[in-house]
Design a protein around this ligand. Structure first.
Ligand SMILES: Cc1cc2nc3c(=O)[nH]c(=O)nc-3n(C[C@H](O)[C@H](O)[C@H](O)COP(=O)(O)O)c2cc1C
Length: 458
C-alpha cells in the first residue's frame, strides 16, 4: 500500500477563480457564489468525499496588469466581483460536521488586533474548524485602495508578516488563560481579571499594549496555511505553517520543494512531518478515459483567452498584451507570485499558454478514468513525498462531484485515501492535537508575563 494523502478544494468567493470563461458553461454554478447554498451544497459534496478542507483564496485588489486596465477583468469576471471569504465559514460549519474551512487573509492591510478577533470568532462558531492562509499580497491595486501608495517591497512584506503573527500569537495564545472565564454566578464573576493579561507588544510595525478581545477558541491560533515560494516565503512557511500550498508542474521540482520545506522546518526545531505540502492540480475524471477526454474537450470550448491572459499578467506582474512570445516575458519579482519559467517552458504562443491555463490555472491537469487518475496521483505522491492535492475546479460543482463519485472510491479501495474523519478540531483531525505544539514558535507566547519580563531585561 502506498502513502496516504488528502484532498483540499481550492475555491474563491467570486465567479471565476482559476478557469477563465467557464462561468458561461451551462452547468457551471460559480456565478451563484453570493448564495450561501452554493457554499453549503459544495461543502456537503466535499464532506461525502472526505475532503480535508475547503480553502478560499482571496485578494484585496484586482487584476489591472493586463493592458494596464481593470476593465478586462471586470468584463470576464476574473476574480472580481469578490466577496469576503470569512463570512462563509460559520454557515458551512453549520451545514456540515467535519470539513475544515480555510480562509485567506493578508498581513499587509488589516491590523492584527481586529483580525485576531475576526478569526477567533470564526474558530468559535466552527468549533475549531478554521484554517488561515497567511498571505502578504502582491497587487499594487490592493495597496493603492487600502491606504498605501504602493506595496511594501517583497521581503519587507514577510518581515511585517512575521511580526503580525507574533501579535496574533500573543493575543490568541497568551492574553487569556484557559480558565480565565469562570462564569461564577454566585460570586458574580464572569471572567477572572488576574487570568487575563496585557500583551505589551511594542514592535517595529505594530503596537498593541492591552488585552485580547476574545476568550480562547478551540484551536486558539487557527490552523495555519501558507504558500511561500521565495527564500523569504519558504523561511516563513517553515517557521509558521502547518500546511503549505505549492504550485508545480514537474515532479522533480516539487520533490525538491517538499524536501526543502521539511529541512527548513526541522532546522526550526519543528517536526518536518507536521508541515504538510499540498500541490495545486485540476482533475477531469469520468467513467472511462474516453468520456473524461470528451468532457475536457467540451470544457475547453468555453475558455476565455483574454481572461487567461488577465490571470497570467496578474500572477507575473508582466503585461501579456505586450507580446505573443513567451520568450519576451519579464516578470516583476516584487509583485509576481508565479514563475514565468513554468509558462515559457511550454513553448507556443502566449495565447496557447492562456488556453492551457484556462483549465484549472497554474497547475497540471489529470484527465481520465478513476484508475488512470489514481495511478498518476499515486505516482506523484510516491515520487515527491507530497501530502495532498489542492484541487481547483473547472465547472462548479461538477468537477468535485465527479471526483467524489469516481475517484475517491478508487483511492479508498487502494487504501491511500481517508475513509472517515477523525473527531475534533481541524488540527486534531490531522495531527491528533488541538493546540499548536510546544515546538511551534506560538507556544512561547503562552506565558506572556515571562515574555514581557524577558523583553524588559534585553
Ligand atoms: C495554491 C496557492 C494559493 C494562493 N492563494 C493566494 C491568495 O489567495 N491570495 C494571495 O494574495 N496570494 C495567494 N498565493 C500566493 C502566495 O501567497 C505567495 O505570494 C506566492 O506563492 C509566491 O511566494 P512568495 O511570496 O514567497 O514569493 C497563493 C499561492 C499558491 C501556490
Amino acid at each position: 500500500m502506498g502513502k496516504k494523502f488528502y484532498f483540499n478544494a481550492f475555491e474563491m468567493n467570486c465567479p471565476v477563480h482559476q478557469s477563465p470563461g467557464l462561468w458561461a458553461h451551462p452547468k457551471d454554478r460559480a456565478w451563484q457564489y453570493k448564495d450561501l447554498e452554493y457554499w453549503t451544497d459544495l461543502a456537503k459534496i466535499l464532506e461525502e468525499g472526505y475532503f480535508f478542507a475547503i480553502f478560499i483564496a482571496d485578494v484585496l485588489g484586482y487584476y489591472d496588469v493586463y493592458k494596464k486596465d481593470w476593465r478586462v477583468a471586470v468584463e470576464n469576471g476574473i476574480q472580481i466581483p469578490v466577496n469576503d471569504p470569512l463570512q462563509i465559514a460559520a454557515p458551512v460549519a453549520q451545514a456540515t460536521k467535519h470539513i475544515g474551512i480555510g480562509v485567506t487573509s493578508s498581513t499587509t492591510f488589516e491590523h492584527p488586533y481586529t483580525f485576531a478577533r475576526r478569526i477567533a470568532t470564526a474558530d468559535h462558531y466552527t468549533k475549531g474548524r478554521i484554517g488561515w492562509n497567511v498571505v502578504t499580497s502582491h497587487f499594487d491595486s490592493a495597496a493603492r485602495n487600502n491606504g498605501k501608495t504602493k506595496l511594501p517591497e517583497h521581503n519587507l512584506r514577510y518581515e511585517i508578516a512575521d511580526e503580525y503573527l507574533e501579535v496574533i500569537y500573543k493575543l490568541l495564545e497568551g492574553s487569556w488563560e484557559d480558565d480565565a472565564v469562570v462564569r461564577d454566578r454566585e460570586k458574580r464573576i464572569f471572567a477572572d481579571p488576574d487570568k487575563v493579561h496585557e500583551i505589551g507588544h511594542k514592535g517595529k510595525y505594530f503596537e498593541v499594549p492591552g488585552i485580547g478581545l476574545t476568550e480562547p477558541s478551540p484551536q486558539r491560533t487557527p490552523f495555519l496555511f501558507q504558500a511561500g515560494t521565495s527564500e523569504a516565503g519558504r523561511n516563513f512557511a517553515a517557521k509558521h505553517a502547518e500546511a503549505v500550498f505549492a504550485s508545480s508542474f514537474e515532479k522533480q521540482e516539487l520533490k525538491e520543494y517538499v524536501s526543502d520545506i521539511r529541512k527548513r522546518a526541522a532546522d526550526n526545531g519543528r517536526d518536518p512531518k507536521k508541515v504538510l505540502v499540498f500541490v495545486l492540480i485540476t482533475i477531469v475524471v469520468d467513467e472511462t478515459d474516453e468520456k473524461a477526454y470528451s468532457k475536457l474537450e467540451e470544457y475547453q470550448k468555453y475558455i476565455s483567452v483574454e481572461g487567461g491572459l488577465t490571470l497570467l499578467s496578474g500572477w507575473t506582474g508582466f503585461d501579456f498584451s505586450r507580446t505573443d512570445s513567451p520568450e519576451d516575458i519579464k516578470i516583476d519579482s516584487d509583485t509576481s507570485i508565479a514563475s514565468t519559467k513554468h509558462f515559457a517552458d511550454r513553448g507556443g504562443t502566449t495565447e496557447d499558454i492562456a488556453k492551457w491555463v484556462g483549465i484549472g490555472g497554474a497547475g497540471p491537469t489529470f484527465v481520465g478514468s478513476a484508475k488512470k487518475v489514481a495511478d498518476e496521483l499515486q505516482e506523484w505522491v510516491e515520487e515527491t513525498d507530497v501530502d495532498g492535492f489542492n484541487i481547483s475546479y473547472v465547472v462548479a460543482h461538477e468537477t468535485f462531484k465527479d471526483i467524489v463519485k469516481y475517484l475517491v472510491p478508487e483511492l479508498q479501495r487502494r487504501g491511500v485515501y481517508p475513509t472517515s474523519y477523525n473527531e475534533g478540531t481541524l488540527r486534531e483531525k490531522l495531527f491528533g492535537y488541538s493546540k499548536l505544539p510546544d515546538t511551534h514558535p506560538a507556544a512561547r507566547y503562552r506565558d506572556i508575563e515571562k515574555v514581557k519580563k524577558e523583553k524588559k531585561l534585553s
